[in-house]
Write a protein that binds this ligand. Structure first.
Ligand code: CP
Length: 354
């Protein structure tokens, strides 16, 4: 394993990383997870190093897994609320003595720490698809320490790594694994597309037989769909898109149903600037819900996955999400998946922040 190719790199999307590199990250994450289980600590790996975390949005898993991960590796994770600093802003979007240009924030923090992690999507960028990703790239342009994407409006790469690690643990292989990323109903139309987009990138990259199931209005980014087709071709695996919720689940090993925003809402290219319209579209698909009957369409050892937080009773029944007994055939693995955020992030931080 060559590790010198990792140091100093940004982690904004899996598309910037090779299949081999992603495999190496997963291997290291598993090593760190096993070592921790037997009390073998690695609290010298990032000793005295600092991760700055800028959260424009709320979080449970991401914030706490990064903080715990940095602590476990001997370093410190510093939480920054953009409303309590001078809010980092792009040129042309500045407000005197309220914002600070991203180029200045990035260069100042880069003098003090070893990586900057950012979460930004939705309201802070007025739901303009791609604007948050552009913000991260502007940080990356000016920072000479790694920029880590804690979820923007296109990608959530650490969630995708945790998803992959969970599949690897449960099935031991990606090849021949039917991975279904499906839309599911939620009464909230405010859902970014970063999770499903990163999940299909990850699944196709590693060679899963991947299915994207979604209503016609919930199409994902065409550039990402094209990348997934390319990965499937490279791996000799399959990538299909369907509008049939139940048919997609048949024989699946992984079922990952969750809501994301409809295409014709908010700003271009997302659409018409109408939340009512978005809600009306969402409400057409209330039957897209993970129930026992849905799980029973899948392989008998299928796993139910969700990045969390889940909208219980809408996206998924309690019976499914709480069905975690590993001896029971199909089951929910959402807490393993959440825990794996910690291990994959430790692996990436150890590799890029050295
Ligand atoms: N899955 C995930 O990113 O969770 P949080 O929003 O709680 O960070």
């Amino acid at each position: 394993m060559r590790t010198d190719t990792f140091r100093g790199r940004d982690f904004i999307t899996l598309l910037d990383w090779s299949k081999e590199e992603v495999g190496q990250i997963l291997d290291l994450a598993l090593d760190l997870k096993r070592d921790r289980a037997i009390g073998r600590l690695h609290d010298d790996l990032l000793r005295a190093k600092t991760l700055f975390m800028i959260f424009y949005n709320q979080s449970l898993r991401t914030r706490n897994s990064f903080e715990a991960g940095m602590h476990q590796l001997g370093g410190h994770a510093h939480f920054l609320d953009p409303s309590k600093i001078y809010t980092p802003a792009l040129e042309g979007q500045e407000v005197a003595y309220s914002t600070e240009r991203v180029s200045d924030v990035a260069r100042v923090l880069a003098r003090m720490g070893e990586a900057i992690a950012i979460r930004c999507y939705g309201d802070p960028v007025h739901w303009e698809y791609g604007a948050a990703n552009a913000l991260l790239h502007e940080f990356a342009r000016w920072s000479d320490i790694p920029i880590l994407n804690m979820e923007d409006d296109i990608y959530h790469p650490f969630q995708a790594l945790a998803d992959l690690l969970t599949v690897k643990e449960k099935f031991g292989t990606f090849r021949g694994t039917k991975f279904v990323m499906s839309w599911a109903y939620s009464p909230s139309a405010h859902k970014p597309r970063a999770v499903p987009q990163s999940a299909i990138i990850a699944a196709t990259m590693m060679g899963c037989d991947t299915v994207l199931a979604r209503p016609p209005e919930m199409a994902l980014d065409p550039q990402i769909i094209a990348a997934c087709r390319g990965y499937a071709e490279m791996n000799g695996s399959s990538f299909e898109i369907t509008e049939d919720f139940e048919a997609a689940a048949e024989g699946a090993h992984v079922l990952y149903p969750k809501a994301w925003a409809a295409v014709p809402i908010y700003k271009p290219p997302v659409g018409e600037d109408s939340l009512d319209k978005a809600q009306e579209i969402f409400d057409r698909y209330k039957h897209w819900k993970a129930t026992r009957e849905y799980m029973e369409l899948a392989d008998r050892n299928a796993i139910y996955m969700h990045c969390l937080p889940a909208d219980r009773a809408w996206e998924v029944s309690n019976e499914v999400i709480d069905h975690t007994d590993p001896e029971s055939g199909w089951r929910s693995v959402v807490y393993d998946e959440a825990e794996n955020r910690l291990h994959v992030q430790k692996a990436v931080m150890a590799l890029v922040m050295r």
